[in-house]
Design a protein. Structure first.
Length: 94
């Protein structure tokens, strides 16, 4: 499976909309910064017909130390869930 990285996206956007790579990089960097900023503030990010990024906090829980086999407390942590849009799921599963 071939991966699409940030630099490849910048090149594709620059070529597709006929702008310089510097301008495309600035636009993509700003887009990622806006998404990151919203998630850090606890806001969901909805990209229509693609996905919703939603910040979540996983509760603390009891776990087992893998080597000592003793019980430990796992601290609560923040994460982001991604829910695909219905239209995107349908295209993906055709």
């Amino acid at each position: 499976m071939e991966k699409l990285n940030k630099n490849t996206i910048i090149e594709l956007v620059a070529d597709k909309v006929h702008i310089s790579h510097v301008d495309a990089k600035a636009a993509i960097d700003e887009t990622f910064d806006l998404i990151t900023s919203a998630l850090l503030k606890g806001k969901a990010v909805n990209i229509k017909n693609f996905c919703v990024f939603e910040p979540k906090t996983k509760a603390g829980r009891k776990g087992t130390h893998p080597k000592k086999h003793t019980q430990i407390m796992i601290k609560p942590k923040k994460t982001v869930t991604i829910h695909l849009a219905k239209e995107f799921k349908e295209k993906l599963n055709k």
